[in-house]
Write a protein that binds this ligand. Sequence first.
Ligand SMILES: Cc1cc2nc3c(=O)[nH]c(=O)nc-3n(C[C@H](O)[C@H](O)[C@H](O)COP(=O)(O)OP(=O)(O)OC[C@H]3O[C@@H](n4cnc5c(N)ncnc54)[C@H](O)[C@@H]3O)c2cc1C
Length: 508
Amino acid sequence: MPPCPVAPDALQGIPRQQTNPARWQGENWNEFVSTLQADNIDVIEDRGTRGIYSTDAGGLAYGMPNGVIIARDAQQISTLLRNAQRYHIPVTVRGGGLTTEGESVAFGGVLLDMTGMSRVLHIDKDTLTVRTEAGIFWHSLAEELRRHNFDYLSAPLNLTSSVGGTLGVGGIDVNSAKLGCSADQALCLQVVTPTGDIIECSDEQNAELFQRVILGYGQFGIITEATLKIRPFTPMRMHYFYYRSLRSAINDLILLDQNGVPDYSGILTMMDKAVTLLIAFDSAEREKTFFEQWHKQLHGYGELGFGIRLASYYALHPWRLNELFFLLRRKHTLFPDLQPAQHMRNGEIIDRTVVFSRAVWKHWGHKNMVIPDLATSVDKFIDAVEKGNAVCKHYFPRYTLYCVGIKLRAEHKAHYELSSIPHDAKDFSYGCEFEPILEENNYSRDYLQSFKNAIYDIGVDMDTSYYRFGGMMKAYIRRALGDEVVEKHLALKRIADPAMILNRNVIF
Ligand SMILES: Cc1cc2nc3c(=O)[nH]c(=O)nc-3n(C[C@H](O)[C@H](O)[C@H](O)COP(=O)(O)OP(=O)(O)OC[C@H]3O[C@@H](n4cnc5c(N)ncnc54)[C@H](O)[C@@H]3O)c2cc1C
């Protein structure tokens, strides 16, 4: 039996400090490249091009592929994978490269850049669906849909995440508590399996493949095309409520989500001193209903009320005035970026992805994006966030928590088996991302890794899941998801991918 690719921590009880996996040694590379070239597939081997892909958004994992292939069509990818099986060459797939644990970094072998497949193929106005190539970035898809007054349902708040990369990992938007995660918007996919078959799959056709590929971290096939649900475009009417207590803000968020009140919702904090509940609406009617029926039930304050409370707190704790200056500076610079004039019309945000993506990179961006998370059932959420908050406080002077709900699909739950959706979540799951504000500070890789471990240890203790459990964090998979689920998927992977070449450092 080959060694287990998801062995639990080798050093039990000692915080794991793993960074890069071992580099592939290059056996059969030249024969493999010659065979592909004979099939007119271009393998780019110059150092400059390979270097472009040497890390991901996390900036903690580094690796170089032996060659880069730009995806052109399913047939080309099929030929690539057939030969990769034959010559035992690892293939790592990359969309936008927004992973943080090195999942889209190649530690040798081929790096397949999916952005070469970025065309929208067909918009169906009657069935409200779009067929698109999977390397497209969500915002490019949004641009194309907007010309017809449509929008996608939900997608990461980021300008460079691709459809294919997202369907494999989840995709959470501020409307996911209402519309579910991006992966649940996919109706059918064209997939190239690790052995090179090109297969159309959905919950009705080749359902088992569909279930494995959706939320499957690229283990069971490369998504080349996707049919997604779409909806009429609506601008966003945003409101903020401010809290001193994380617990009350989370209780209010859950109350609103479970009653389907807002169209968009989430929590963004400045440490645990200023907790902001964001809620937004697709229409004036829904906004009106909120103010008439729900507003009074919330425990948050308006800006003035909160400002007075914050001022009283710091008047009694003058030795913490530095913190107050930080909060004021942050509010002064961040909030205008959440409503920039060029993206507003009549007080409404007209492109949330651009607005949020720019704000995220401007105010949290760093060469190292360290954003571990916990994903829990509703019942465990407050506890998990409070424990994670305590870990943040211990490691960093400044940090943010970003919490958001995810409505779960009612049927075909097999999609969620080995995924970020916790096994005990029923109708909703909640995610909290813990984001240190690193600013100009340089922390060692071990320090940042220890922080991530401390967050993930909370998950193991509480029996929850995570959004980013692949790559460098994969030693947690067995501890978090249990041997039974892992053994089942590992056995399926060994059948689907006999040479274990596809995205081998991500999960299996
Ligand atoms: C600053 C920042 C903000 C973020 N905000 C959000 C957010 O708001 N919501 C959210 O959900 N996520 C968020 N993320 C996470 C990120 O958006 C997701 O990881 C992203 O959706 C992945 O898309 P990608 O194209 O970058 O995928 P990649 O990082 O390129 O790939 C992701 C994984 O899928 C595999 N893969 C890529 N393309 C394919 C394909 N076509 N077929 C099969 N496998 C493939 C890769 O090998 C890799 O394992 C954020 C990340 C950062 C760094």
